[in-house]
Ligand binder design. Sequence first.
Ligand code: SAH
Ligand code: SF4
Length: 395
Amino acid sequence: MSPKAPITQDVMTIPRKLPEGKVNLVGLTRDQLREALIEHGTPEKQAKMRTGQIWQWIYQWGVRDFAEMTNLAKAYRAQLAERFVIEIPEVVTRQVSEDGTRKYLCRIAGGHEVEVVYIPEEDRGTLCISSQVGCTLTCSFCHTGTQKLVRNLTAAEIVGQVMMARDDLEEWPTPGAPKDETRLLSNIVLMGMGEPLYNFENVRDAMKIAMDPEGISLSRRRITLSTSGVVPEIARTAEEIGCLLAISFHATTDETRDVLVPINKRWNIEELLEALASYPKASNSERITFEYVMLDGVNDSDEDAHRLIDHIKRYNIPAKINLIPFNEWPGAPYKRSSNNRIRAFANIIYQAGYASPIRKTRGEDIMAACGQLKSATERARKSRKQIAAEAGLQS
Ligand code: SAH
Ligand code: SF4
């Protein structure tokens, strides 16, 4: 990996005062929005209609100012502005890679930061969003897993990342304009920082908002949730979200998976496969994506490829195997498998009748690739510590 300077780096500091006592409407489910409106003086009889109108302004048109909600009476708009805000995470920095990948660093309440990555491709545009600040799990190959700081994101902060990207891509439609079918932001993957199934309710509510046909309106088939294997929450994901599922599989024996993905010590490969086998039917979706990071000499042998296929066949799981060349980060304990090794591994899987795409590494020059996300403040803290250590000082 050659660290190159990003093409552009804008630093935005948008001063923002958090208005005391006001309620943020972003991230509320329709029912919660209706309740909030009633609680703050909207007559019950009107509440359903007002909920629909305000919902459309926020999620269909991207409006943040009550004054622009022109189908509401002026006095009512003023009343709303006194009690509510429409607020999303603030963009702190925005970097654009040589390949068009965009990485945003967003600040959320409490001064925490999360990273969001936009990846443009020929036929789609994928937004990789975060569900937590850091991650409580400690997968040994993952940069996020080394971050100490952890907090769950709220539903507002999760769907807010999508709204922030639509702002940046200037993709909110204008009233009366024809519907644009070729969207810049057409897919969402929950593959940023955090374990989404350890923040289930907030992730669910945020994704429900993103799918709502009177708003952002993304199909559930264009949303992929990636989990390291929180087995008890997998059936619930099928029932309550119904999106596509990706699983961080990464190893074919419990011995190796215990080290790479330590949650395996809690729910092992057999338990995980059992839960996965019921997912496609329960969620009425197609294949499950098995993510498999290629680590030199650790999990990349021909035997591993055969064992992987055996596991999937044994449970008859409709699957696609996504091979991810390991993205190295400073101090990482592993090396990326050679291209030849990755191709040989992919070929065994392909011969067994499964799709085995090798994931293209995107945005490497701006540390935006899979598993490289870690907040800048955390990095800065660590490097100061490192500097102190190198200088023989006590930190
Ligand atoms: N916590 C969830 C989602 C975030 S990680 C999960 O683990 O599934 C998104 C994907 O990136 C996972 O498959 C993860 O295993 C992979 N990943 C993490 N670090 C990586 C690295 N350094 N190189 C390549 N992929 C990595
Ligand atoms: Fe957490 Fe996923 Fe990284 Fe594991 S791979 S530490 S679960 S973000």
